[in-house]
Design a protein around this ligand. Structure first.
Ligand SMILES: Cc1cc2nc3c(=O)[nH]c(=O)nc-3n(C[C@H](O)[C@H](O)[C@H](O)COP(=O)(O)OP(=O)(O)OC[C@H]3O[C@@H](n4cnc5c(N)ncnc54)[C@H](O)[C@@H]3O)c2cc1C
Length: 331
């Protein structure tokens, strides 16, 4: 049995080819994570001493990061006692993961390739979650795909999902060709660590591409419940898509005290708004990010480019949080 020690002072046993992330969970220690398939890099942490062994490819790390001692806790197990530097999220009460039956309440087209699906769970067994977290939807034949919850927790327990069509995708086929009210699926969650950290006095920045706006919408909806002493100094939301259809929510419905910037990378001539990529659009209005916290959600390409651009603009590296919508099919 080897031991993993965290710089936060916590420690847990890890052996038998079980990942560092799962070993921590067994010891009731929450570490940051998202996809659990070695692709998204939300569980990135730094080995300060000791040896670890890969269980699956760490596709979410660059060669430089690997050479620098970074690992993905979902993709590695300990080969000797380890000392690891990782964000301390032990102060958050993260709801227990459970599997529930859920019926589809409604299916609505928000854009040619985006659906809003609402799910209802048994009234005596609703899903508690932190805004920003996701669920795995388990469909026919046990197919399992991840979707962020797009609404803040509500009294009736309804869950809203924003689902983008992926060409030839197994679950996309179901959602876009078959799904209808009263269909039964199962959900497993809440999952992931993409939720709001300490925001008091900071410039809060949300960057999204496509349906990456879903968890951000949930966080924004929950913000009025923050105590006055926990409020950020400002909130800026930059939402990117290729064409106008990709900005599928009513921008005018956003809270008036937030700055909201839709940005298109392939805008038509008639588009009067921002053009280019989300990170460029943000830096045009907010060039200094030294007092900011950035939450980015969407494609891994955006997240990678945005992180580099944000750090160059003075963002402290421990205040960049992300959730990459990588393929959630098992490889
Ligand atoms: C933590 C997390 C949260 C997510 N939240 C959302 C969400 O809120 N809304 C949403 O629309 N999607 C979300 N996704 C992506 C979603 O889980 C599925 O991967 C996606 O919907 C495709 O599933 P599918 O069964 O239709 O396609 P599959 O049958 O899984 O795949 C078909 C083909 O497309 C490729 N592919 C699959 N997914 C992607 C992708 N995301 N990017 C590029 N290529 C892909 C596959 O490699 C395969 O070649 C999330 C993913 C993760 C990991």
């Amino acid at each position: 049995m080897v031991q993993v020690n965290l710089t936060t002072g916590l420690h847990f046993d890890c052996s038998g080819g079980i990942s560092i992330l799962e070993s921590a969970a067994k010891a009731q220690i929450a570490l940051p994570y998202s996809c659990k398939t070695g692709r998204c890099s939300s569980c990135k942490c730094k080995v300060l001493s000791g040896q670890s062994r890969p269980l699956v490819d760490e596709l979410g790390l660059t060669t430089e990061e690997k050479e620098d001692g970074w690992i993905l806790s979902c993709a590695r197990t300990a080969a000797s006692d380890l000392l690891i530097e990782v964000e301390d999220i032990s102060g958050f009460v993260i709801p227990t993961v459970k599997t529930l039956p859920a019926r589809i309440s409604s299916v609505k087209k928000l854009a040619p390739d985006v659906l809003r699906v609402t799910l209802r769970v048994p009234p005596n067994n609703i899903l508690n979650y932190l805004p920003g977290q996701y669920v795995n939807v388990i469909g026919a034949g046990g197919v399992r795909r991840s979707y962020s919850i797009a609404n803040a927790p509500s009294a009736d327990g309804q869950l809203e999902l924003h689902i983008r069509a992926v060409a030839g995708g197994v679950m996309s086929d179901y959602w876009f060709s078959e799904a209808k009210a009263d269909d039964l699926v199962r959900i497993n969650g809440p999952l992931g660590s993409f939720f709001l950290r300490e925001a008091a006095g900071l410039d809060l920045v949300f960057l999204a591409t496509g349906t990456g706006i879903a968890p951000i919408k949930a966080m924004i909806e929950a913000m009025p419940q923050l105590a006055a002493s926990k409020l950020p100094r400002s909130v800026t939301v930059v939402w990117g898509g290729r064409a106008q259809d990709d900005i599928y929510l009513d921008v005018a419905a956003m809270p008036r005290n937030h700055v909201f910037i839709p940005v298109l990378s392939r805008a038509s001539a008639s588009w009067a708004g921002a053009r280019g990529y989300v990170q460029q659009a943000l830096l045009e209005v907010q060039p200094d990010l030294s007092k900011a916290a950035v939450y980015a959600c969407g494609s891994d390409a955006m997240i990678h480019s945005a992180r580099l651009a944000m750090l160059e603009a003075g963002l402290p590296s421990n205040r960049f949080y992300s959730d990459a919508f990588v393929s959630s099919a098992a490889s």
